[in-house]
Structure formats: structure tokens, C-alpha cells
Design a protein around this ligand. Structure first.
Ligand SMILES: Cc1cc2nc3c(=O)[nH]c(=O)nc-3n(C[C@H](O)[C@H](O)[C@H](O)COP(=O)(O)OP(=O)(O)OC[C@H]3O[C@@H](n4cnc5c(N)ncnc54)[C@H](O)[C@@H]3O)c2cc1C
Length: 285
């Protein structure tokens, strides 16, 4: 584990980048992690962000990144899979790398995740969101990898290479780069079965026995990231300081609810970062 950072930001969309810039301006040590995919880049044309108009989402996103990078912010690629509050700090698991931070800002955008029956109940008991984190636990055992992100095949190959007996389930044709040793089933997982740990998955009418299920989605449902997080429907509950119910954990942008718009995301990123910085300063003065 490296040096403790002041603020770790999860998600590098408009909310996360705005938080990063503002935390930096407040003199804080920041790290920002994100998946590749970003909502705004898909917008054909954005006209309602003051001062920038007739621009595509991609042009705007490039501007935001340019701004952050010009200030010395490096966007690191990685998926947050778990956050553990320790009282005065947090341990954040980013694709298997553990980072300690005083404050955490969640800026992960809306998650359209539809959890599978059995998924939440068996999370940590055979259900995993991270092959590099949990792969070793299943050496010599069976694991199913469900293809829900562009690079799921890489994770399946990785698991197979460390001695896990992998079955890759996908509704797309077999990926050309999937290792020959990995079994492939065309289909969709409908349910995860098991009493106290994962025992099998249901694919159509078939029951396939397995010890683990790796759900390699690009995003993770916010309440699966951290225990006890208060939600309002599928959004995270926050107060006007962008504080969640967990002390030291902030949320900003689409993840906190409507309107799902750029200017709101940017403002909330600023509010979250300024409050996080203020709390750090108060404690350390
Ligand atoms: C087609 C389209 C058109 C739009 N047009 C407009 C418009 O004209 N005007 C307007 O104001 N808004 C528009 N929007 C909405 C706007 O894009 C969003 O409000 C804005 O992007 C929200 O910013 P955000 O930072 O909260 O989330 P996002 O932009 O969704 O960014 C979240 C980031 O977090 C990453 N992430 C998620 N989970 C994790 C994890 N576990 N670990 C690491 N990273 C993670 C994601 O990959 C993503 O990069 C449009 C959206 C779409 C899809």
C-alpha cells in the first residue's frame, strides 16, 4: 500500500474531474480513477452548459480532461470494487490495488445495473467483481466469468492462467482472443444459486455447477461498493454539502439523482471537493 492521499475520486466524468480540479486548487493530494467509458462523450451536441455551446459531448470531455491534465492531474485507469471505512480514513480497492485516503468522492455516474437474483446475497461468498482481487481464492476450483464488459475475456484468460477452471458465459459469439483452454457457453446468466456460498448458475434451463461467479461489469452498484450506504431509490442520498450518510464519503453528479445534467455534475463535484478539503483542514489545524 502506498502513501495515504488526501482525497480519492472515483469516476472521471464531469463531476469527478471538477472535484479533482477543485481539490487540487485547495492544495490537496488527489488521485482520480476511472473506467474508460463516459456518458457525456456519447452526446451528439450539448447546448445547455453556460459558456460552451454547439459542441459535441466528446469535444467538451476533451476540454475537461485537458484542463485537469494542465493542472497536473493524471487520470488513472481502474475500477473501484470496494471501499472500507476505517474511522479516520478509507481503504479503497481499485482493481486489486489498495489505496488509503482521508476522504472519498464517488462520481461514478448513473448505474443501470440490474443485479441478478442471488448476487447481493452471495457477494463475497463466491460472487466477485474483480478477478485480480479474488482469483487466487479459486485456484483448482471452478469459476464462471460473465461477459459484461469489453475486456472480460482478458480477465477470464487471467483466471485460467493462475489455475482456475474457467467457463466463459456470453451472449456474443466466442471472443477470438479467449484462451483455447477456457470453456465457452453462449447464453445469459439468470440466477446465482447457493445456500451460503455459490454452488451453481442458471443459464436458460441449464444449471451449471461452479464455485464462483465473476461479474466483470464496468460499473459496480453503489451500495455494493460500500456497506451501509444510504440510497434514495437507485441514487445515493446526500445533503447540500454532498456528504453521504458515511462520514468522509461524498458523492457528486448523476449518481446523486436528477437532473442528470452536466452543469449539475460539475457544481456538485466542486461542492464535494471543497467540503472534503475543508474537513481535512479543520482536522489538521
Ligand atoms: C446521449 C447523451 C446526451 C446527453 N446530453 C446532455 C446535454 O445536452 N446536456 C447536459 O447537461 N447533459 C447531457 N447528458 C448527461 C451528462 O452526460 C451527464 O449528466 C454527465 O456526464 C454526468 O457526469 P458524472 O461525472 O456524474 O457521470 P459520468 O459522466 O457518467 O462519469 C462517470 C464515470 O465514472 C466511471 N465509473 C463508474 N463506475 C466506476 C467504478 N466502479 N470505478 C471507476 N470508475 C467508474 C464511468 O466509467 C465514467 O467514466 C447527456 C447524456 C447522454 C448519455
Amino acid at each position: 500500500m502506498g502513501e495515504m492521499v488526501d482525497i480519492i475520486i472515483i469516476g472521471a466524468g464531469p463531476a469527478g474531474l471538477s472535484a479533482a480540479v477543485n481539490a487540487l486548487i485547495r492544495g490537496k493530494r488527489v488521485r482520480i480513477f476511472s473506467n474508460k467509458d463516459n456518458k457525456l462523450s456519447k452526446a451528439e451536441r450539448v447546448d445547455n452548459h453556460l459558456g460552451f455551446y454547439h459542441m459535441s459531448g466528446k469535444e467538451l470531455m476533451d476540454k475537461f480532461k485537458e484542463h485537469a491534465e494542465a493542472m497536473g492531474i493524471r487520470i488513472e485507469e481502474g475500477k473501484a470494487v470496494n471501499i472500507l471505512p476505517l474511522g479516520d480514513s478509507f481503504l479503497v480497492n481499485i482493481s486489486g490495488q489498495i489505496i488509503e485516503a482521508k476522504k472519498v468522492i464517488l462520481a461514478t455516474g448513473i448505474s443501470k445495473i440490474r443485479e441478478l437474483p442471488g448476487e447481493e446475497r452471495l457477494l463475497g461468498s463466491g460472487v466477485s467483481y474483480c478477478a485480480t482481487c479474488d482469483g487466487m481464492l479459486y485456484r483448482g476450483k471452478k469459476a464462471v466469468v460473465w461477459d459484461q464488459s469489453e475486456d472480460a475475456w482478458e480477465e477470464a484468460n487471467f483466471l485460467q492462467s493462475i489455475g482456475v477452471n474457467v467457463t466463459f458465459v456470453s451472449d456474443k459469439p466466442r471472443h477470438e482472443n479467449l484462451s483455447d483452454n477456457v470453456e465457452y457457453i453462449k447464453g445469459r446468466i439468470e440466477e446465482i444459486l447457493g445456500e451460503n456460498t455459490v454452488e451453481a448458475v442458471k443459464i436458460g434451463n441449464e444449471i451449471i455447477k461452479t464455485d464462483a461467479v465473476f461479474m466483470l461489469r464496468d460499473a459496480v452498484a453503489p451500495d455494493a461498493l460500500i456497506e451501509g450506504l444510504e440510497l434514495d431509490g437507485s441514487f445515493i442520498s446526500v445533503n447540500k454539502h454532498m456528504e453521504t450518510n458515511i462520514p468522509g464519503l461524498y458523492a457528486a453528479g448523476d449518481i446523486t439523482g436528477k437532473p442528470l445534467q452536466l452543469s449539475k455534475a460539475i457544481s456538485e463535484g466542486l461542492i464535494a471537493a471543497q467540503n472534503a478539503a475543508l474537513q481535512i483542514d479543520k482536522k489538521e489545524s
